[in-house]
Design a protein around this ligand. Sequence first.
Ligand SMILES: C[S@@+](CC[C@H](N)C(=O)[O-])C[C@H]1O[C@@H](n2cnc3c(N)ncnc32)[C@H](O)[C@@H]1O
Length: 278
Amino acid sequence: MTETAAAREWDAQVEFAQRQHRRVFRDEDESDHWSGLVSSFRPPPDAGSEDPVIGYLRSVLRKDSILLDVGAGAGRLAVPAASLCGGVIALEPSPAMSAELNSQIAHRGIENISVVSSQWEEWAEEPVDVVLMSHVLYGAAPIAPFVRKAVEVARECVVAVLGLSPPGDYYHPLWQSVRGEDRVTAPSAREFERLLESWEYVPEIIELPGIAARSFRDREEAITRSARRLRVRLGTPAHDELEKAVDLALVASQDGTCHFRWRQPSASLLFRWPNSND
Ligand SMILES: C[S@@+](CC[C@H](N)C(=O)[O-])C[C@H]1O[C@@H](n2cnc3c(N)ncnc32)[C@H](O)[C@@H]1O
């Protein structure tokens, strides 16, 4: 896995998006920017519907497999995956995410997940059977060593999941009105596909069903969530602009909730390599 043109383009796009992030959010508290997003990455209730990634992992994991979940969040996938295999190492650097993951583990009495508070780049390698990287690659740069490490530690395969649209893109159309510029987007599934191609991998690729972007209970919830995403504080001129932009964007849903008029179901691609047919 070398510095191909696709890898250089990926790194440049990540750097471009991160540079904008640092410039625009420079005065903000950067201690744990995942803390406001914990609720989106919690595992479903035990009897809840099964995520398609878990459905896929059923065909990959054996009862004694060890799964490494890189950037496990609050355990959205690590928790249900633990019942399919011998053990899960859940790598999660965000204190807010790992606190919620530990609380989910304790609450459900799970004994085969070990939570490790570390960045992937700093994790002391140990061999595992399967490496899962779900919605964690968008900000990874340099991408070549990040992916190479997964390939090196996985005895069987690497499974990566990325959206066809970059993360947070539901809120990006608000940027122009509130921040005075368009949001630079991170690379996503198609760029990752080109990357694997450039390294001559032939992955199995599965399109996962699109999930409708969230509905808001009402205008207040739409404003609160948008303000959190764009890091806009109540009582500032930017918040006034945000309210105006949200009012222009909101449309009523048939069930009494509301959503932004540009809402589209967001599909993801699942990549698995080596391919099961290799
Ligand atoms: C969008 S969440 C995805 C969580 C989970 N994988 C899922 O699909 O629900 C991304 C997570 O990756 C973690 N993360 C980001 N960069 C990371 C890195 N370099 N090493 C390990 N984890 C990372 C973040 O802390 C965050 O919890």
